[in-house]
Design a protein around this ligand. Structure first.
Ligand code: PLP
Length: 294
């Protein structure tokens, strides 16, 4: 995937009010170097980010992503991004996206070492093709995340509810899943509860009830999971947030990994135990997730 568009945001103060923030954006050559070697995002992964799905030029759930970016920034003691300024930056990037599926990334880093301000930028590029995982599904393995369910509250400096740039652990978990012959992973807490996937939320179906692990357990609250719940509630299904013991996984009537770019990928097996799939519902979910959502 090649970067097609990038702009640097000159962050303004959180309570600044103006109608147009265009003069705080600098469009740069997306294929040329743009960051200083002193950047703490690259040196330490010290920053936060968001990935927004774009469908035919429409950026999905922008405000939900900006709210989560603000929450991540708050958890990391970074200046909270100015929502309207970033919304306008997303609109500029979305206008550059070709028809089809694309991805807009928002990055807010602590900036250059010893520098005065954070560094902030937005990129847009074509998205990978996720049609196979949406259709055929994914086999997952469970992996110990090494923390118990209450660690987020006990040790907030682990930043577990923030979407930080430090994704090396998540990528290592995906490689381990592949080594074990699976496509993806589900993290478990050391006390035996289900958490999330390295880059997606998990939704399980038991009868006509859909459950996802409660975000209080140190996981990211997924924007796609929230959209899926809105859709399912509209169809009369019960939805909820629970502490889900890993021992419940084999009895799920269906399960999905959901995230902003892949959308809903049905899980076909967990630790080699087959999980039933419901292709018609998965197709309805993806149809809904591909429709314009604000
Ligand atoms: N959990 C983690 C760890 C993620 O990285 C992601 C997305 O990248 C998600 C959940 C799903 O979030 P969203 O649906 O907002 O993309």
């Amino acid at each position: 995937m090649t970067q097609r568009f990038a702009l640097i945001i000159d962050p303004v103060h959180a309570d600044e009010e103006r109608a147009d923030y265009a003069d705080s954006f600098t469009v740069v050559d997306a294929t040329a170097p743009a960051l200083s070697v002193g950047e703490l995002s690259t040196q330490r992964g010290d920053g936060v980010f968001e990935s927004i799905g774009v469908i035919n030029g429409h950026a999905q759930e922008v405000i939900a992503h900006l709210e989560r970016l603000a929450n991540s920034a708050h958890l990391c003691d970074l200046p909270v991004p100015h929502q309207e300024q970033w919304r306008q930056a997303v609109a500029v990037a979305a206008a550059e996206c070709s028809p089809g599926e694309a991805v807009i990334k928002l990055i807010l880093s602590r900036g250059v070492e010893h520098g005065p301000t954070p560094t902030a930028w937005v990129t847009a590029a074509p998205a990978s093709d996720f049609s196979r995982v949406r259709g055929e599904g994914v086999r997952v393995v469970t992996l110990d995340r090494g923390y118990d369910l209450d660690v987020a509250e006990r040790a907030p400096w682990l930043l577990l509810g923030a979407k930080t740039l430090s994704y090396a652990v998540n990528m290592a978990a995906l490689r381990e899943a592949r080594r074990r012959g699976a496509d993806d992973a589900i993290f478990l807490s050391t006390d035996g509860f289900v958490l999330e996937a390295p880059t997606a939320s998990l939704i399980l179906r038991f009868g006509d009830r859909f459950v996802t692990p409660a975000p209080a357990g140190g996981i990211l609250h997924g924007t796609t999971q929230l959209s899926v719940y809105e859709y399912l509630s509209g169809r009369g299904f019960e939805t909820g947030y629970d502490r889900i013991p890993a021992t419940d996984l084999p009895s799920a009537d269906a399960a999905w990994l959901v995230s902003s770019l892949r959308l809903a990928a049905p899980i076909t097996a967990i630790d080699a135990h087959p999980i039933p799939t419901v292709p018609a519902l998965t197709s309805d979910l993806n149809h809904y997730l591909l429709s314009p959502r604000d």
